[in-house]
Design a protein around this ligand. Sequence first.
Ligand SMILES: [Zn+2]
Length: 123
Amino acid sequence: MTAETRDALAYVCAHEERIRADLIDEGAGPEALDLLLAAAREDRCVETALEALHDALLASGDVLGVFGRGIRAVPTPLGVNRTPAGEIVYRCPGELCARTSWPEPGALPRCSVSGGPLRRDRL
Ligand SMILES: [Zn+2]
């Protein structure tokens, strides 16, 4: 899987609910999103499904789609300039997507792409 594919999956993972709502609002329906999630969870090739979702988003007025969002970097908490080594982050289980998140109070964050909880890791 290429870095571009993992980045696109990370975008989908972090914004699944919004993508779904946008597709439904624009009358496209969530099929392209559901097909992609099914492909990722069943360990099938996701490239074709990603392209289809990208095209569906472009057709519904999202000019960026799922590619080129550039969200691979770990989000930096306000007031912290450098990435603290050894800090705990949460990553996609199975490393399907390139998403990382900081721990937050409440439930363990879940990966929308794989359907499982994010796994704890250290920077
Ligand atoms: Zn994920």
